[in-house]
Design a protein around this ligand. Structure first.
Ligand code: UDX
Length: 452
């Protein structure tokens, strides 16, 4: 599209992962509505579809990923390759863009980049461009980076298993086992990249969060960082863009299936866009879900099982029949729409931050099954702090699954969580015209002040 003259230019740089790209595009949509010109600089891998965003400019840059890496979909491997491969191509792309704007007597007002791409910090300093970091995880998760660094200097790391249920002295709402360090194959790499993240001194940090949900962590961060913090969320609600933003498109019509189910009778089961189950776990899940005698809408992404129909065929006759009678299995669902559907009464989730926010916004209680990183922190917030999530043993065995599903969908315990979830939903929605709206106004003013 044509450059908009006399409009402040922003360049937003998301990593090519669904859980990061989606909130960045939501932020871009919001900032565009506030009068900024938006350019999205992105890798070729998992690039957004420009035709979904006719108001934005798109600047692809070379990512140097091999075909093997792309097909492997190994998140950690891809992330670390990008941090090395993208430095020069992104720099050249930005220089070219700056030169183009200069010819129009224009300039980039600010770069907004995902904190996951920490290499961009030195790049923007080199190019003398103001920059703001956008973090797609919770503020509390970001706080754990400081805590982990502190624990390391005090000699607590690597953590002993016996300490895992103890509360973290610096952040008592978490136990040691909730720290994002657990479940990583190489915690040393995590600490290494964390120290890089902490050494960044941005002008400001944007969080996709709500002040009322995370005020204590935001206060602690404000104290530690002494930079402008803008808790603007939930972004998907503010952007109000349910349909246009997904990189992956919905192909299965599960909404009409939901339309025929009674109120609050369906458990929605999904692990986000990265984590996946092993086939034997899927079989236990199918048996457990059927044994629970509850309706379920289940997302099984192709990375988990390439041929879902063949896997379903391999189940025993009674389980197969149960899945057909009670279940709807899809490759991808329009999640926000699903969670907002009145037939949905619970969510079995990996507790990714976007899924967490989407569920909170619709008042849907959660069975927490965190896998790695920030998901553990979010699970603890859901179950222990906000009291809308169910912690369980996370053992993928049919009887345990049957029990936990019934705890949420049938028992009084689930009803209490559901009531609390509805209360929290109202509180969050109030923040849209309250704290989040104020933070957004503050961010707009802050960016405009950079130009002066
Ligand atoms: C990961 C981390 O788990 C997350 O905590 C971090 O903040 C971003 O990276 P991901 O595993 O993708 O993200 O989980 P999540 O943050 O929950 O994002 C998944 C997104 O995909 C959600 O917006 C969800 O609505 C969407 N989704 C998922 C669908 O739209 N349909 C599906 O079938 C599954």
């Amino acid at each position: 599209m044509m450059e908009n003259q006399n409009v402040p230019h922003l360049v937003l740089i998301p990593p090519p992962f669904h859980g990061h790209m989606t909130p960045m595009l939501q932020l871009a949509t919001i900032l565009h509505s506030k009068g900024f010109s938006i350019t999205i600089a992105h890798t070729h891998f998992n690039s957004p579809n420009p035709s979904n965003y006719p108001n934005f400019n798109f600047l692809p840059f070379f990512d140097g990923l091999s075909d093997t890496q792309i097909t492997s979909k190994n998140f950690i491997d891809i992330a670390s390759t990008l941090s090395t491969n993208c430095v020069t191509p992104l720099k050249e792309t930005l220089i070219h863009h700056m030169a183009k704007l200069e010819k129009l007597d224009e300039k980039i007002a600010c770069i907004i980049y995902d904190g996951f791409f920490h290499f961009i910090d030195s790049l923007t300093k080199e190019l003398k461009l103001p920059s703001i970091v956008f973090r797609t995880t919770s503020a509390t998760n970001f706080l754990t980076y400081h805590v982990c660094a502190h624990l390391q200097t005090k000699g607590y790391l690597p953590l002993q298993d016996s300490k895992s249920l103890d509360l973290v002295p610096e952040l008592e709402l978490l136990r040691f086992k909730d720290l994002p360090i657990f479940g990583l194959t190489n915690p040393h790499d995590f600490l290494h990249s964390t120290s890089k993240t902490l050494s960044i001194t941005p002008l400001a940090v944007i969080f996709n969060t709500v002040d009322g949900l995370e005020d204590s962590s935001l206060n602690d961060l404000q104290h530690l960082y002494n930079v402008n913090l803008f808790p603007i969320g939930p972004l998907h609600m503010i952007a109000n863009e349910f349909d246009n933003i997904s990189i992956l498109r919905e192909k299965d019509n599960c909404i009409s299936w939901l339309n025929n189910k009674p109120r609050k009778s369906v458990l929605y089961v999904s692990l986000g866009s990265i984590a996946s189950w092993e086939e034997k776990e899927l079989t236990e899940m199918a048996c457990g879900l059927v044994k629970s005698r509850q309706n379920f809408l289940w997302v099984i992404r192709p990375e988990t099982v390439t041929d879902v129909s063949a896997w379903l065929e391999s189940l025993s006759e009674d389980v197969k029949l149960g899945v057909v009678e009670r279940g709807c299995v899809v490759k991808w669902a329009p999640q926000s729409e699903v969670l907002a559907h009145e037939a949905v009464g619970g969510f079995w989730s990996h507790c990714g931050w976007n899924s967490t926010l989407e569920s909170l916004c619709e008042g849907v209680p959660i069975i927490c099954q965190p896998y790695f990183g920030d998901q553990r922190v979010n699970a603890r917030l859901l179950s222990h702090v906000w009291k809308v999530g169910l912690e369980w043993c996370n053992v993928m065995e049919r009887n345990e699954i049957e029990k936990v599903v019934r705890r949420l969908m049938v028992n009084q315990e689930g009803e209490v969580l559901r009531k609390r979830a509805i209360e929290l939903k109202h509180e969050i929605r109030l923040s849209l015209s309250g704290s989040s709206c104020d933070a957004l106004d503050g961010l707009v003013k802050f960016i405009l002040s950079l130009e002066g």
